[in-house]
Design a protein around this ligand. Structure first.
Ligand SMILES: C[S@@+](CC[C@H](N)C(=O)[O-])C[C@H]1O[C@@H](n2cnc3c(N)ncnc32)[C@H](O)[C@@H]1O
Length: 249
């Protein structure tokens, strides 16, 4: 069915034009409990569930951009739900991105306030990540590093030891089965995150690009459209963000 017609039809029926996971009480509660509600498209939940169920064994899950832990706690929930033993690694620089930084440059303040520092705001978000994971993912805490994604991949390549946000010493490196790329959505960053992921992604492994839906104006959309022509990748679904699978070797 052509995309536009499908959208109009679904709207008339009062339904979303993308696929959604079956109702799940925990996911419903999670979305209203952990910071980041507006950042997780319901179509992504469907895509993540599919990727966790179908990803190849032998690698880990990687999340670039964790914010307050909404998607990280969802991913650990899916790992448990589908009895997958893969480890979730997360990296986030916990950087504040102001609404008007591009036009007027960054300020020290949170958007719309002159009494809340951006650094304090982001400490609050990082602490929320830590406390939500301790509560909801206690059995399988993600290995979460406070670092930008370029430095994370440098450390990954060097199989370095790092201290994670829970104070544990962890070793980086190894194969990846599924990567959720949700850090900086500007083209050059998203592309580098993809290229770095690609080095370690197993054949049959998944890449989900957040904020890549065609109607958005992020660099991740340009990247997603480019990847549709990548000889080693197949588009699994636009829902409306793009999920790709690395073709078997
Ligand atoms: C949209 S939020 C992530 C939301 C999260 N995945 C969720 O659904 O709950 C984007 C995050 O990417 C982080 N970020 C931005 N640039 C980054 C970079 N170069 N490396 C790592 N993280 C980055 C920001 O600090 C922010 O927390």
């Amino acid at each position: 069915m052509p995309g536009m017609f499908k959208k109009v039809m679904y709207k008339a029926l009062g339904r979303n034009p993308w696929r959604e996971s079956d109702p799940d009480d925990f996911i419903l509660r999670l979305r209203s409990s952990v910071i980041g509600e507006g950042m997780l498209h319901s179509g992504n939940i469907y895509l993540m569930e599919k990727a966790v169920r179908e990803m190849p064994v032998g690698g880990c899950l990687l999340e670039i951009g964790s914010y307050g832990g909404l998607s990280a706690n969802l991913l650990t929930y899916f790992l448990q739900k589908y009895n997958r033993s893969e480890q979730l690694f997360c990296c986030d620089a916990w950087l504040y991105e102001g609404y008007h930084d591009a036009e007027s440059g960054p300020t020290p303040w949170m958007d719309g306030r002159k009494d809340v520092l951006r650094t304090d705001f982001m400490n609050h978000i990082k602490n929320s990540f830590i406390s939500s994971c301790r509560l909801l993912s206690a059995q399988t805490l993600p290995k979460a590093i406070h670092i930008d994604s370029d430095s994370f991949f440098e450390s990954w390549a060097a199989t370095n030891f790092e201290t994670d946000v829970f104070g544990r010493q962890i070793t980086l490196g190894g194969a990846i089965s599924f990567a959720y790329i949700d850090g900086n959505h500007a083209y050059k960053y998203a592309k580098r995150d993809f290229e770095n992921t690609d080095k370690y992604l197993l054949p049959g492994g998944f890449v989900l690009l957040d904020d890549s839906a065609r109607h958005l104006s992020f660099g991740s959309v340009t990247l997603a459209i480019e990847l549709c022509k990548h000889p080693q990748y197949e588009l699994v679904l636009e829902n409306p963000n793009f999920l790709f699978r690395k073709k078997p070797a």
